[in-house]
Design a protein around this ligand. Structure first.
Ligand SMILES: [Zn+2]
Length: 340
């Protein structure tokens, strides 16, 4: 064997070993999720029915799997139906397929259509939905609850639970005012971990615009139930949230998120720059947004007067005046500018 071929063979063996390791790891993770979700031991895998998730009547390893008939295959060497070592292995591979689709966030219909179009033996959309309902969603819930409890426990152990700095934001299933579901997420900004996610359906509240506030209220209830105390919360400028926090959580320091502010400002500036008389603004947009971020970042103590004066100094700076801006922020922080 030539050196080159030897090298190629070594490389392919290494690759195969790595793939095997990866597969083993994936199947182990899945097995854990699977067992947690179903509370079954490994031995009982053999007795699970692929469609219902319930125990099969048969006591042998043979399970009557009622899937669609295998697609017709033109190439003789391809197998229409793969052979599995046991029914347990078949279940694991099929649930693994559903897991891959769900966790990757792709469309099951599209993925399964692709597999069918290349004559690859696979599960049906109905089976995917069954797996999702019976195994994957309970598994996600179990793992999420366990991880969240660990985070809460750690916060309490390190005594950080009495002064949480949180960020919160909501999202809807569709933009506009006719969304059906909205979720609200709160994250601890010091450890960058999500503490709670609450789902609100629009018919639980007067209208879909109330979903965001309701989500936050539920998150706060969760914090209270766990004896977690919010010190600061950063949100967007949602008026209902602003009002609710002022009235019900007076002790909390409520801040607005600069990212949302910058996003809103950018939309206005872009619109303005389209006006024939204001086209010069277009060249300033990025600098103005940078300045907005700088105003917040360069004032860690949150001094409102200082932030306001820094922001208003923008008008002077644009017309080449860099001093006498205000009482607390007198002159620009930048060095000497090159002559234009
Ligand atoms: Zn300046």
């Amino acid at each position: 064997m030539s050196v080159k071929r030897q090298f190629q063979s070594d490389a392919s063996t290494r690759e195969r070993k790595q793939n095997m390791k990866r597969l083993e790891h994936h199947s182990k993770v899945l097995e854990t999720l699977f067992n947690e979700a179903t509370d079954r031991t490994e031995d009982s895998d053999n007795l699970l029915d692929i469609h219902t998730g319930e125990e099969a009547v048969s006591t042998t390893n043979e399970i009557d799997v009622q899937t669609d008939p295998p697609p017709r295959i033109h190439h003789k060497s391809m197998q229409a139906r793969p052979r599995f070592r046991s029914a347990g292995q078949q279940v694991r591979i099929h649930v693994g397929c559903s897991k891959g689709i769900l966790f990757a966030g792709t469309s099951p219909t599209k993925v399964l259509r692709v597999l069918k179009s290349i004559n690859c033996y696979t599960i049906t959309t109905r089976t995917f939905l069954n797996h999702q309902k019976k195994f994957l969603q309970p598994a996600i819930k179990t793992v999420w609850t366990k991880n969240r409890n660990n985070i809460v426990q750690k916060l309490k152990e390190t005594n950080k639970h009495k002064e949480l700095v949180l960020g919160g934001d909501g999202r809807c299933d569709s933009p506009g005012h006719c969304a059906k579901y909205g979720s609200y997420t709160i994250q601890d900004l010091t450890i960058n971990k999500v503490l709670d996610v609450q789902l609100v359906q629009s018919n639980e509240v007067p209208s879909s615009v109330h979903m965001e506030k309701e989500g936050l209220v539920r998150c706060v209830r969760f914090l209270e139930s766990e004896n977690l105390v919010m010190k600061t919360i950063v949100t967007d400028r949602h008026t209902q949230i602003n009002k609710w926090l002022k009235e019900n959580q007076e002790h909390v320091d409520h801040r607005f998120d600069v990212w949302h502010l910058a996003k809103n400002l950018k939309e206005k500036l872009v619109k303005l720059a389209k006006d024939k008389q204001c086209t010069d603004i277009g060249e300033w947009i990025q600098s103005i947004l940078n300045h907005l971020y700088w105003c917040a970042v360069s004032t860690p103590d949150g001094n409102g007067e200082m932030i306001a004066e820094k922001w208003l100094s923008l008008n002077n700076h644009i017309i080449n005046i860099h001093t006498k801006h205000g009482r607390v922020f007198e002159k620009c922080a930048h060095g000497r500018l090159p002559a234009a």
